[in-house]
Write a protein that binds this ligand. Structure first.
Ligand SMILES: [Zn+2]
Ligand SMILES: [Zn+2]
Length: 112
């Protein structure tokens, strides 16, 4: 009776495919996210939040709840991609809580 020998195949091509020299894709690396890692932005954002310790409540959610919410993040009213010159311009910045920031990032600032 012949013994059945199991051969272990190492697929070199597959291994090579895992170590690619290509840089990671930056497709979802938004300019605003890149800015947030800079020291200049950290200082700027800190001072905006110091002057505006509460969420600006652009959607009126907190007013409806009857309680203010501390600001956690700073948003660019004119998007950074469109107006990079206003990146650190106080008139283009607004202090928001995380929830409101997510909402305005997704739907834009409500029209006044
Ligand atoms: Zn934002
Ligand atoms: Zn808020």
């Amino acid at each position: 009776m012949a013994k059945r020998v199991r051969t272990l195949k190492t697929n070199r091509a597959d291994i090579r495919r895992l170590k690619t020299d290509e840089p990671p894709s930056n497709d979802n690396d938004l300019p605003e996210r890149r800015l947030r890692s800079t020291n200049r932005w950290k200082e700027c954002s800190k001072s905006i939040r110091r002057c505006n310790p509460l969420c600006a409540d652009p959607l009126g959610h907190h007013a409806k709840d009857g309680r203010p919410v501390p600001s956690e993040e700073v948003h660019h009213i004119e998007p950074l991609a469109k107006r990079p010159d206003l990146a650190f311009d106080g008139s283009n910045l607004i202090a928001l809580c995380r929830k409101c920031h997510e909402a305005v990032e997704r739907h834009g600032m409500p029209k006044k």
